[in-house]
Design a binder for this molecule. Structure first.
Ligand code: GLA
Length: 395
């Protein structure tokens, strides 16, 4: 079973290993600087960031580590340990569109920073990730925000404004990479805090950092390892369907964001698909509002129920779940050591998040590992998730 308990505890060996790898690749490791950007898990508020809704993500202890050394050359030489590949970006002739490889996130950020007056210079750069890719834990946002933050510190001389950085990285993802994501992921990995969740209003960007007091419970993330086939086109399709629902309601009642509608407004929509999508958006917004209250009052049981309801709505009304996610969520929900479980992130595969009694995390993971393998002939992964700090320099 692949179980990563408390990944933060293994941070130091990881740091030593990346430094050794840097020396192997680039000769020496004097004058290097280290940076880290976490991934995120969304606790509740799914598929409503791009509808101006409320979301509640936390940054997590899994993420991407970078080792960088400026070298006054005219090229960025970047190696990814995940892809075991080195790519060189020639700064005197940077392509201005994406090249369809992992380095596009680095390239998009470099082009953007150059445009806003931060001239990114030559360097050697090693990227090392323990964040699963394409699994709903924001590996793309982590790479964008990591590069933005690191290049701003190294070549711009200061830390960037974190809210502006999140907005710029979302724009890079929308316009350069071509994925119409909302603001949640970039915002969470930029602004996360240890042991806290972020309650973010994606319309106004007003946010509150709230303590996450889970008492004798833990957040367990389960990766179905199901590849997210067609996820991008289905994601963009959901956005369009929500736009249609908004247009229909706005004829009668002018509103700017779909989440401002009321449940009664759903009667205005006759198309059953648009109606279901809108119903998810409205009920999910209500669930996040309730979650803020129940977490403040320490009622984890009620929060667990809201997580369960969120999954049901994502499965039946928004239709972004899949057999693997539903199986894992059902197994968890039927265990008395789990208060609530749901898919997290864009869906169509990827991860679930669950609130599980800490002392039974291992046992529950072991039994789920067996039943899941038998059912799908695929090995899941488990991460014990600690809410963590956003992107930072490691000194
Ligand atoms: C992806 C997107 C986010 C958000 C989630 C679903 O992670 O990048 O903006 O829409 O899906 O909540």
């Amino acid at each position: 079973m692949r179980f990563h308990l408390n990944p933060i505890k293994v941070n130091f060996p990881i740091m030593d290993n990346v430094r050794i790898r840097f020396t192997e690749l680039f000769g020496k490791s004097d004058n290097v600087q280290h940076f880290f950007c976490p991934g995120r898990v969304n606790l509740i508020g799914e598929h409503i960031d791009y509808l101006g809704g409320l979301v509640m993500p936390s940054a997590i202890s899994l993420g991407i580590t970078a080792v960088i050394r400026p070298n006054k050359t005219n090229a960025i030489t970047v190696h990814s340990t995940d892809f075991n590949e080195t790519i060189e970006l020639d700064l005197s002739s940077l392509p201005n569109s994406k090249q369809n490889n992992w380095c596009d996130f680095v390239l998009g950020v470099v082009l953007h920073l150059n445009q806003i007056g931060i001239e990114v210079g030559g360097c050697e750069l090693l990227l090392d990730s323990n964040l699963p890719k394409g699994s709903g834990l924001s590996s793309s946002a982590a790479l964008e925000v990591l590069c933005y933050f690191m290049f701003s510190c190294v070549f711009g001389g200061k830390e960037p404004n974190r809210v502006q950085m999140a907005l710029d990285c979302q724009r890079i993802e929308n316009e350069f990479i071509g994925v119409s994501c909302g603001i949640m992921d970039q915002f969470a990995v930029a602004n996360g805090q240890a042991d806290k969740a972020i309650v973010l209003n994606c319309d106004t960007l007003q946010h509150e950092i709230v303590p996450l007091d889970l008492k004798e419970y833990s957040l367990l993330i389960i990766n179905t390892n199901k590849p997210r086939a067609l996820a991008e086109s289905a994601y963009n399709q959901r956005r369009k369907e929500c736009d249609e629902a908004l247009k229909i309601i706005s004829v009668e009642r002018p509103i700017e964001n779909l989440v401002e509608a009321t449940l009664d407004d759903l009667e205005l929509i006759s198309n059953p698909i648009f109606k279901k999508r809108a119903r998810h958006a409205l009920t999910e917004q209500l669930r996040v509002q309730k979650s803020v209250g129940v977490l403040n009052s320490g009622s984890l049981v009620e929060f667990g129920n809201l997580m369960n309801e969120s999954h049901q709505s994502l499965r039946d009304d928004f239709e972004v779940s899949c057999a693997e996610l539903d199986f894992v969520v059902n197994e968890l929900q039927s265990s008395d050591s789990c208060l609530g479980a749901r898919m997290t992130g864009a869906g169509f595969g990827g991860c679930c998040v669950a609130l599980v009694e800490t002392k039974r995390v291992h046992k529950l993971s072991q039994s789920l590992n067996e039943t899941y393998k038998t059912r799908f002939n695929r090995v899941p992964e488990f991460y014990d998730c600690k809410p963590s700090n956003g992107v930072h320099i490691i000194s």
